[in-house]
Design a protein around this ligand. Structure first.
Ligand SMILES: *[C@@H]1O[C@H](CO)[C@@H](O)[C@H](O)[C@H]1NC(C)=O
Ligand SMILES: *[C@@H]1O[C@H](CO)[C@@H](O)[C@H](O)[C@H]1NC(C)=O
Ligand SMILES: *[C@@H]1O[C@H](CO)[C@@H](O)[C@H](O)[C@H]1NC(C)=O
Length: 202
């Protein structure tokens, strides 16, 4: 009986001792952004944020694609996010300004967004952390993006542990069977997409 209790205590101790260590690694922002690694198409696999209406908005999108490309400047990128709602695709275009290990979205003064990349052991993923501030919303967001539509369970588990470390809720995990929207050739928003953009933008 004592032996079992002792073992239990030992396990408990090792869990509580290792948790801060695990978190230390999982919350640490990457201290450099590798532009080549970031470029191209990403699918949003899972995301979580501490703002309920925005979490619901994330849930309502059938799929989210992000295209990041070198905008011919050395340290700035162009960013296109494509949200699918049923058979409609919403295109949002932003410029990303990179400053060391953090990046900001240049969206005029509609809202402020500071981002960093976090550790992930998944080889074809990135984990982005956004701090968003606007009139309507102030939130911390974590997103798991991958070149694949669906990641391994252990990779998703690591992301969930990461959310736990940041005290963020259980993520919205995207249904990988829902189609991604196509990339627009030389993307310029059409009048229709701008309208949707203005309706839903914070
Ligand atoms: C981006 O493009 C510019 C000009 O074409 C090039 O000089 C620069 O090295 C590129 N940067 C990356 C990270 O690919
Ligand atoms: C990135 O964009 C900002 C704002 O438009 C500009 O001031 C800066 O010079 C750009 N950086 C580079 C390396 O082109
Ligand atoms: C983003 O970073 C800048 C510079 O560090 C800071 O002044 C600003 O308050 C930050 N904004 C948010 C939303 O965290």
């Amino acid at each position: 009986m004592f032996a079992i209790f002792a073992t239990f205590l030992l396990c408990l101790m090792s869990v509580s001792r290792s948790a801060p260590l695990v978190c230390e690694k999982l919350v640490q922002p990457l201290n450099q952004l590798d532009p080549h690694h970031l470029e191209g198409r990403w699918a949003l696999v899972a995301g979580s944020l501490n703002n309920l209406p925005s979490m619901e908005a994330l849930r309502l999108r059938d799929s989210i694609t992000m295209y990041i490309s070198n905008s011919s400047e050395t340290s700035n990128f162009s960013y296109t996010q494509i949200n699918r709602f049923g058979d409609q695709c919403q295109y949002l275009h932003y410029k990303i300004l990179v400053k060391g290990s953090t990046f900001t979205f240049d969206v005029g003064n509609r809202f402020e967004l500071n981002g960093t990349l976090l550790y992930t052991s998944c080889p074809d993923c990135v984990v982005m952390r956004w701090i968003v501030k606007s009139n309507k919303r102030q939130s911390e967001d974590l997103y798991l993006l991958s070149r694949r539509r669906e990641v391994e369970e252990k990779e998703l588990d690591e992301f969930k542990a990461q959310l736990n470390c940041h005290q963020l809720p259980t993520p919205v995990v995207k249904d990988h069977t829902k189609e991604l929207c196509p990339q627009l050739p030389e993307s310029r928003p059409t009048a229709a997409t701008v309208q949707i953009e203005e309706k839903t933008e914070e």
